[in-house]
Design a protein around this ligand. Structure first.
Ligand code: CP
Ligand code: NVA
Length: 309
């Protein structure tokens, strides 16, 4: 498979999506059996972070090591990008040193520009708009617990943010129904909703955007939320906590989903805000399987874009 970059699930075909999922499962199983996969032996991944991270940094570094390559952590506090060097120069210079670039940043356009001006594969490790690696891990986790993706319904309750957007793209690509419930003024990006609806048409799934969390939750197989205050929105915290109050995943709202529904959350989570402890730490929560799958999903992404597997 020859994927050039991994920036948005909307950009990949259904076959490429299925290939990444299959590869993620194979790498996971074989790694646990002690098989090594030196697919990226001798390759270097430059990892630019202009935002904090626990899971993304650790899973990419570990994944690169397990694939036989070498990761370089580049905090924007330390590199010249953080002092105003252009994306154009950064992309050109980095392309002379490394074999791939993973970037976590604010402006999605910076990731597109990095891919446009550089000559090595670019992987999106989260922007204000999208978080595609997370959603590949989420869908692996759903598959493991439900045995399929097609025909399931995912309810996303909360902010129409990067997670909502990538879940819209991921579910539509996988043939899963998705209902997103947000407060007024916090809806997902209209263009992304339209794109997801077009993708869903091809896979025979349904995309619903509503203000009613009960409507979204009804009949859901998978329940998901995310922080009400994403990175960069810290100053809006007080206002957001008020606006999102009725969108908390608690026992009462969770009861509207199917009896055997599972709960997922990309983490970090804020217990008592977007989700109550009894749900996130309860028997139907699969958040740590989901966190683990970041490693396996991203190894598949790196093997595909850097190793052309
Ligand atoms: N879910 C996620 O991307 O976590 P980090 O912010 O810790 O990388
Ligand atoms: N929506 C969150 C996701 C964190 C992984 C944020 O952007 O901060």
């Amino acid at each position: 498979m020859s994927l050039e970059h991994f920036i948005s699930i909307h950009d990949i075909t259904r076959d490429e999506f299925n290939h990444l999922m299959d590869l993620g499962f194979r790498l996971k199983k074989e790694t646990k059996q002690g098989v090594s996969h030196p697919i990226l032996k001798g390759q270097v991944l430059g990892m630019i972070f202009t935002k904090s991270s626990t899971r993304t940094r650790i899973s990419f570094e570990t994944g690169m090591y397990q694939l036989g390559g070498y990761p370089i952590f580049l905090s924007s506090h330390d590199i010249q990008l953080g002092r105003g060097e252009s994306i154009y120069d950064t992309a050109n210079v980095m392309s002379r040193f490394v074999n791939g670039i993973m970037i976590r940043t604010y402006d999605h356009q910076d990731v597109l520009d990095l891919a446009r001006y550089g000559s090595v594969p670019v992987i999106n490790g989260l922007t204000d708009l999208l978080h595609p690696c997370q959603v590949m891990a989420d869908l692996m986790t759903v598959y493991e617990h439900k045995g399929r993706l097609e025909g399931l319904k995912l309810a996303y309750i909360g902010d129409g943010n990067n997670m909502a957007h990538s879940l819209l793209y991921g579910c539509a690509k996988a043939g899963m129904d998705i209902s997103v419930a947000t407060p007024k003024g916090y809806e997902p990006n209209a263009e992304i909703v339209e794109n997801a609806k077009a993708d869903a048409k091809e896979t025979g799934s349904e995309v619903v955007v509503t203000y009613d969390p009960v409507e979204a939750m009804t009949g859901a197989d998978v329940v998901c939320t995310d922080t009400w205050v994403s990175m960069g929105q810290e100053e809006e915290k007080a206002e957001r906590i008020k606006v999102f109050r009725d969108y908390q995943i608690n026992g009462e709202l969770f009861a509207k989903s199917k009896e055997d529904s599972i709960f997922i959350h990309c983490l970090p989570a804020y217990r008592g805000y977007e989700v109550t402890e009894d749900i996130i730490d309860g028997p139907r929560s699969v958040i740590f399987d989901e966190a683990e799958n970041r490693l396996h999903a991203q190894k598949a992404v790196m093997a595909a874009v850097m190793g052309k597997i």
